[in-house]
Design a protein around this ligand. Structure first.
Ligand code: GLA
Length: 364
């Protein structure tokens, strides 16, 4: 018994750091995927290898995963396997080979793509009765408890639920989602992604600080999550500056998601969402304070080259930006970002155009 599964990375159109605050987001899946070739065994082992890490095949007894000291890329698929067994799903043994095209450390969810590729492979290979919501939670739990990064469920939700030609409207508070038509090409537009080539890590550091500050803000306002804060005026009641700023970002960001979803559903010209994306960048830079000189420079260069809107994406402290550009301005925008980076002596950015693609699935 064997097969091949893929799960994509994602780029978020709008709704950053809202997931663990019970808010809203609007990601698309990328054409870039992690591919998992999996084979059932009966050796009571989980054996993982990666074409990106030749010679590092790792084999662990499934029964001993709770105590595994494996670190690095292999910890993600092991964490997924551990979550299956912890939830009472017996798996007799498996061999998984990973191969990925999702840029690592670029804020494009390469880790969720690994988790979701492994999770769908194990589900199908062993006919485990788990729902999409379970798959998302298995990926999240692997990341939170096994790898130790206190992230939300944005990335896994996008990797499992996205469909081609659509953005995915996620309501984390209600646990609901909906597909929103997102055909930029039909409007003569392109969504340019520029990876600033400044990798980030979310296990600890700034990401965990932001999460804690959001919890402090919610506690100061006496609400369970910042989703419940009705407007920006309410945020100003928070006495401490850092939690107040963080809450300002979350409350304004949730409103931006809802506005953009309404505009797309109403069939408005997608160019009109551009300024809202740029506002989202200012909010992440000034209120959430997770941007970097490279991300700011890329956004400014894109806007200077005529982009309708641009913003940093993902968890922050490095990674990528998106720019909404007229399709025929794509090359000129790339050139403007490259020129700006060369002048500032930053590492060369990597760019591509993102097409809304399919979520996790079996391909063979
Ligand atoms: C990372 C996390 C997600 C989410 C984003 C920010 O990608 O994994 O859960 O919090 O940052 O929107």
């Amino acid at each position: 018994m064997n097969g091949i599964w893929v799960a994509p990375g994602r780029v978020n159109i709008i709704g950053e750091h809202t997931d663990y605050n019970g808010g809203y987001a609007l990601p698309i899946a990328l054409p870039h995927v992690v591919r998992c070739t999996a084979e059932a065994t009966s050796d009571a082992l989980v054996t993982v290898s990666s074409l990106q890490h030749p010679g590092e095949t790792i084999s662990e007894p499934i029964a001993g995963l709770a105590d595994s000291t494996v670190t690095g890329w292999a910890r993600y698929p092991l964490g997924v396997m551990y979550e299956y067994t912890r939830r009472g799903h017996a798996i007799p043994g498996v061999r998984m080979e990973l191969d990925g095209t999702v840029p690592v450390g670029a804020g494009l969810s390469s880790s969720a793509a690994i988790e979701c590729a492994a999770a769908v492979a194990l589900r199908d290979l062993f006919a485990v009765p788990v729902t999409d919501a379970d798959l998302i939670d298995i990926g999240r739990a692997a990341e939170n408890s096994y790898v130790g990064a206190a992230t939300g469920t944005l990335d896994q939700s996008a990797s499992v639920l996205c469909t081609p030609g659509h953005a995915l409207f996620l309501d984390f508070g209600k646990g609901e989602h909906a597909q929103v038509p997102f055909d930029l090409a039909a409007a003569g537009l392109a969504l340019l992604v520029a990876d600033t080539n400044t990798p980030h890590h979310h296990a600890g550091g700034g990401y965990a600080d932001r999460r804690r500050e959001c919890e402090e803000a919610a506690a100061a306002l006496g609400v369970r999550s910042l989703r419940e804060v009705p407007n920006l005026a309410a945020v100003e009641r928070i006495a401490d500056e850092a939690p107040r700023r963080r809450a300002r970002h979350i409350v304004s960001e949730n409103a931006r998601v809802l506005t953009i979803v309404d505009m797309l559903r109403a069939g408005r010209d997608p160019r009109e969402i551009g300024p809202i994306l740029t506002e989202g960048h200012a909010s992440l830079r000034d209120d959430f304070e997770i941007s970097t000189p490279q991300l700011d420079a890329a956004v400014e260069a894109a806007l200077g080259a005529g982009a309708h809107g641009a913003r940093m994406v993902g968890g922050g402290f490095g990674g990528s930006i998106i720019a909404l550009v007229d399709a025929e301005r794509t090359e000129a925008t790339v050139a403007a970002i490259e020129t700006r980076f060369r002048a500032a002596e930053f590492a060369a950015p990597r760019t591509f155009v993102a097409i809304p693609s399919a979520g996790a699935r079996r391909i063979a």
